[in-house]
Design a binder for this molecule. Structure first.
Ligand code: DGL
Length: 292
């Protein structure tokens, strides 16, 4: 593994030579797999559980490798492939890539590689479709370095609205700040003030919170713009996309889930467990699942 990590370009290609015995999902009762680099994707998991209470979920937080936002696209692809393999081995009928960095770097690789074995939903497409439909003049995108460097939001927004002006800004301090519980306080306000006053964001009509950690600081961002800029995050739009995709394949579960939801992390510390409450809004137990 160390050798692979030393050469990220080899990671994906080496991985692609592996063969798997995966079983395509056959029933609406199968769980939905959701993954993120850590606990940020729990904002998406929580929204799915609340809106689709009949669905069983299996969450995987790759805490051994967070943050993804600072990693290369090849490394993120490798991690995403391995986690998706794990989730498919748990018979997930759908995999939600609840991380913008992984959605930007790895979504198309996952769809190609696991073709026909599960439905995949990412967090970028539903947000882009919602925002492009509003016909704004200028929008801002704040995200991790990996998401901004991928250019995914610009490409997809421009494909739907060629005349849209887009300002993308990497805001790498925000995810660790939120994970450390620095929300709604002087430090978080100072960091936000510094990022959100960036000249490139002047004159925006809307701001996309393109990281699954950011819904936690949405009220502070709204307060900064004093209602003059519309703020969007991906939670609700992703839930709609999940409902629509499952419904179109007759895979929405009609009955209460038979098993409790499971929450796995690739590295366990009690600090991760206490942070989960911030993101999931209720007590959950994390299980250590060392897949690496
Ligand atoms: N939650 C991840 C995202 O949406 C960001 C955190 C990280 O950098 O790992 O991009």
């Amino acid at each position: 593994m160390a050798a692979f990590l030393a050469s990220p370009k080899r990671i994906t290609s080496t991985f692609l030579f592996f063969t798997f015995n995966l079983h395509p999902p056959v029933s609406s009762k199968n769980p939905i797999g959701i993954f993120d680099s850590g606990v940020g994707g729990l904002t998406v998991a929580n929204a799915i559980v609340r809106s689709l209470p009949n669905e069983e979920i299996i969450y995987f937080g790759d805490t051994a490798h967070l943050p993804y936002g600072d990693k290369s696209a090849d490394a993120i692809r490798y991690f995403s492939l391995r986690i998706s393999k794990f989730l498919l081995e748990q018979d997930c009928k759908m995999i939600v890539v609840a991380c913008n960095s992984a959605s930007s770097a790895a979504y198309h690789v996952l769809v190609d590689f696991f073709k026909g074995q599960a439905l995949f939903v990412n967090v970028v497409d539903p947000l882009v479709e919602k925002v492009a439909g509003k016909r704004y003049r200028k929008v801002g995108v704040i995200a991790t370095k990996a998401t901004v460097q991928s250019g995914m939001y610009e490409r997809q927004l421009r494909a739907l609205q060629p005349d849209l002006e887009i300002a993308s800004l990497a805001t790498p301090l925000l995810a660790p700040m939120i994970e450390e519980g620095y929300v709604h306080n002087e430090i978080s306000h100072a960091v936000l003030q510094s990022y959100l006053s960036h000249p490139s964001l002047q004159g925006i009509d809307a701001l996309l919170l393109a990281c699954t950690h950011y819904p936690l600081i949405r009220p502070d961002i709204e307060a900064f713009f004093e209602g003059k800029v519309e703020i969007f995050d991906s939670t609700d739009v992703v839930v709609s996309a999940v409902r629509q995709r499952l419904g179109s394949k007759n895979l929405l579960n009609e009955q209460k889930p038979q098993r409790p939801h499971r929450f796995y992390v690739s590295d366990y510390t009690s600090s991760f467990e206490s942070t989960t409450r911030l993101f999931y809004k209720e007590e959950i137990a994390l299980e250590h699942c060392p897949i690496w």
